[in-house]
Design a protein around this ligand. Structure first.
Ligand SMILES: Nc1ncnc2c1ncn2[C@@H]1O[C@H](COP(=O)(O)OP(=O)(O)OP(=O)(O)O)[C@@H](O)[C@H]1O
Ligand SMILES: [Mg+2]
Length: 251
């Protein structure tokens, strides 16, 4: 079997905050179409890893390649333009705008053509069509005119995934998309993510092991900024070190 060249290749990534190494020599290879979960205790460095990939933080050392080209140290808008999109651990919506407006703004700001108020109908319509398509894929098509701030918590988080998807990313990073959700909302979110096209490679930080086991092809366990274990969910679950530092307690 020949392995497809990785869509994301991370080598020796380290980030210090003062004396603390929040991430310490992390290497990762994500294959195209892969769904990878990043798990680990609070403070393990999961969100820091995302911030380094998306350019919200600069690495102290290490290299990141996406789609065959280096992206290390690029600012967030440049990383987004190459096809990496993310949702945040805390909400990132415009609460007073409708769902459709939230999605349309995201679709229009996809970096591959700047939003133009006086542009042609086509330039206006393309983001609108994209917004509708995304609303459907995140299961919210019936609520397009609802103001984002009035959606239920679960719907808001679904909309956040939609906003991240609206730029047609090749790689989607989701930081705890089910945090704070009821079991029903978590199930709905999981089904929605399972239904996303495989063309969108997925990196998901997740604490809910049911979500991880049903969604992830492979799992990477971070602990004190280092990769403690990596493998299928069953392999990682059977690893006594993983059980000791994570699954035995918080998981
Ligand atoms: N901007 C920052 N300045 C200083 N320290 C930071 C900063 N961001 C993160 N840290 C520290 O780096 C470590 C890793 O934090 P990070 O947010 O990446 O963890 P996490 O794995 O996402 O945790 P959680 O599960 O709680 O979201 C923590 O000790 C945190 O306090
Ligand atoms: Mg985090």
């Amino acid at each position: 079997m020949t392995l497809a060249s990785p869509v994301l290749l991370i080598e020796g990534l380290t980030r210090y905050f003062g004396a603390l190494s929040a991430l310490n020599g992390v290497s990762l290879m994500i294959a195209p179409r892969e769904r990878r979960a990043i798990i680990g205790p609070n403070g393990a460095g999961k969100t820091t890893l995302f911030n380094l990939i998306t350019g919200h933080l600069a690495p102290s050392t290490g290299r990141i390649r996406f789609d065959g080209a280096p992206i290390t140290g690029l600012p967030p808008h440049a990383v987004a333009r190459r096809g990496i999109s993310r949702s945040f651990q805390r909400t990132n919506l415009f609460p007073k705008l409708s769902m459709l407006e939230n999605l349309r703004l995201a679709a229009a700001a996809d970096g591959r053509g700047s939003y133009d108020l006086f542009g042609s109908i086509e330039r206006y319509r393309a983001p609108l069509d994209r917004a509708r398509a995304v609303a459907e894929s995140v299961g919210l098509l019936g609520r397009l005119e609802e103001v984002a701030g009035r959606l239920s918590y679960g719907e808001q988080r679904q909309l956040e995934v939609g906003v991240a998807l609206a730029t047609s990313p090749k790689l989607l990073l989701l930081d705890e998309p089910t945090a704070g959700m009821s079991p029903e909302e978590t199930q709905r979110m999981t089904r929605m993510l399972e239904g996303l096209p495989r063309e969108v490679t997925l990196l998901i930080i997740e604490h809910d092991m049911d979500v991880v086991s049903s969604l992830a092809d492979r799992v990477t366990v971070l602990h004190y900024g280092e990769v403690l274990a990596e493998g299928t969910f069953d392999e990682v679950k059977a690893d006594p070190r993983v059980y000791e530092v994570y699954l035995g307690g918080a998981g």
